[in-house]
Design a protein around this ligand. Sequence first.
Ligand SMILES: NC(=O)c1ccc[n+]([C@@H]2O[C@H](COP(=O)([O-])OP(=O)(O)OC[C@H]3O[C@@H](n4cnc5c(N)ncnc54)[C@H](OP(=O)(O)O)[C@@H]3O)[C@@H](O)[C@H]2O)c1
Length: 255
Amino acid sequence: MKYKNQKVLITGGSSGIGLALAKKFVENDNTVIIIGRNLSKLEKVKVENPKIHIFQIDVTDDAEVRMLVDDMDEKFDGIDILVNNAGIMNLIDAGNEENDLQKLLQEIDINYNSPIRLLHYFLPQLKQSENAILINVSSGLAYVTFSQAPIYSGTKSALHFWTQAIRPQLKPHHIKVVELLPPVVDTPLAHGADIAEDDNLKPMPTHKLVELFWKDFMKGKEEITPGISSQLRLMSRLAPKFIFKQLNKKPIPNK
Ligand SMILES: NC(=O)c1ccc[n+]([C@@H]2O[C@H](COP(=O)([O-])OP(=O)(O)OC[C@H]3O[C@@H](n4cnc5c(N)ncnc54)[C@H](OP(=O)(O)O)[C@@H]3O)[C@@H](O)[C@H]2O)c1
């Protein structure tokens, strides 16, 4: 695979892991396009990283995503690498009947439906690329459920299984499928969770995560499990009840 001079689209590239990945791809002489909802966040990235192209797009909005596909076609003659990274994590008490159903379902739409939507619309461009790669950013929590974020956990394991299912299907089309399953990483998303305060799960800095990702990515690894994610995978097989208990000492989020 080539890792230079590629056109890389990263969803949720205005913050955290997506932004760190965007900088790494730029450093390695790729053309990088990032998308996000919040324009001021995107513009700040542009000021600090003039080489990064920004587009204000909500990944859950079908019409906006279709416009993005046309834009990528016209401005860049298509993309080579699609990184499905945009995601949110809501701490939810499923026992609370006052939960806002729309908000509950929005998490599924961003974390799970949107990677499917993005692949669907970008498939023709990826098929045209000589170096097509789909990178899905799921989570170490795809291996072990995190009770405080029940919908998040469900979407990440669904994304993990979807990624595994489509890998052999996309192979005949020469689209390589890579999954990054990060551990707890120091980003705004993790700051909202009690889990980040647990000493055993000290958040990894974004630059460290990307360094580890890049090493495995260069080796051609398809399932990339930095830090504690590899232990979560192992423990989920060897001692699933034990690791579940370890991760879920506080199953209900603090009010
Ligand atoms: N941090 C962790 O501990 C951790 C661990 C495992 C996996 N992950 C995964 O890594 C990915 C990135 O998370 P992060 O920690 O870097 O979070 P983050 O810093 O909060 O960044 C999330 C990014 O997604 C964008 N986004 C959210 N909803 C969107 C939408 N509807 N349309 C377009 N963009 C959207 C955000 O921009 P706007 O808000 O402006 O739209 C932002 O750029 C997520 O999939 C997350 O689940 C994170």
